[in-house]
Unconditional design. Sequence first.
Lengths: 181, 279
Amino acid sequence: MRRRLVFGVVMLLIWFGCGPAAAAPAVEVSVKPAQAAAVLGDRLTISTRITNPRNVVTGPLLAHLNIASLQEGVYVDPEDWSSERSQYLSIQPGSEQTLSWEIQAVSAGRFAVYVVVLSSGTTAAGADGPAVSPMVKLDVAPRATLTAGGALPVVLVVPILLGAIALALRVRIRSKARRRT
Amino acid sequence: MTQTEMAISTRGEHDRDDGDAGAEWLVVAGQECRDLWTSGRGLVLLICFSVLLSAITYLTSTNQALNFLEQREAVNLVLQYAVAVGSLLTLVVAADGISGERERSTLESLLVTPVSRRAIIAGKLAAGLSLWLGAFVVSVPYVWVLERGLGIFGRALTIGLLIGTLVAFGLGSIGLLISAASTSNKTSLAASVFLLLVLFAPTQLPSGLPQGWFFDVLELGNPVASGLRYISGGLVAAHSWDRDLSFLVSPLVVALVAGTALFWLSPRLVRLTPAGRPA
């Protein structure tokens, strides 16, 4: 009876241990820098190192960059931040690969930038869990950009000034012509 | 042979051994610039140009969709418009250079003046380029107001002046070649504007469109698109001056080839009738 109980417990442990939810990521992902500060409009580069600790080749992988706002009410469209957010790769056993991501801070606030690595290609299955990098905490300070009030004097003055010069020139030419006649 | 044709023939001889061409082209350029600017034609074009830049600057500074991007993008946008429209103005003035004189029957009197045909061509090209320089000067306050606080004012103006002059020189030379070969001013202007539209079309393609080697070749071979791309690289991405040099190849080649062809062929181009057609 006791043997049966032990056997049952072991089988349960094996069952839950091998279940889909426990599929360990095949790669390890680290990110640099851990945190960054920028001013609205700045461009910065984030570097991720993806390591394959296993003794088999990873197969096709997809590394995907994501950006999330840590502040309620701040909208994030990752496509505005980076036009190239997906990179495909495959890593040999025991090797590593470094990927660079160029992003542009297009909103002010506090953000989390992270990279997920997924199996890709035809062999990818739902059981393959994504490997997620630690997040880069990004603080973006606002910048007083363009204002209509600031641009208005130039917007109005330049055409008016040119018009006045053209008018003065025309008047001068006409008066010269009158003097001749 | 008419009297004018005889005069032209004499000028043809003069072209072969002109030693004072340096001063001659300045005289022609001065006269052409006076015609362009004191007639009001140049100023009217610049007023229209400034209204366009004012509209873009105002929209850029008020529109949230543009404003939220970046100040550098705004400076780049205005500078690109300045270079593109400034080149268009040069092309339009150049396209009127010879065919327009023919239609107004003023070419005859120009041909009998004691200046070489190369000097006439150089003077007309200089007058066309003066319009580009005027457009550049007009764009300076707009660049200044959009750039405030960024510290790229000098860089923006230097890149804009260099690329704009290169593109305007190439397009102006092509405009004069078209003008010399056209039977009427209408044909010359239509052909020049069509050429400019063809050159600008690739710059208007949506950025989300898949871009392969064909697009790269199209862009690298197009002097206007390449020039504008170089400006973007230098201003928005803050690339060093030598990073995108490949984008300067086609503007340089067009300027060199068209400029050389123009000056080489100028004795045959400045005629009362287009080359190869009966008088």
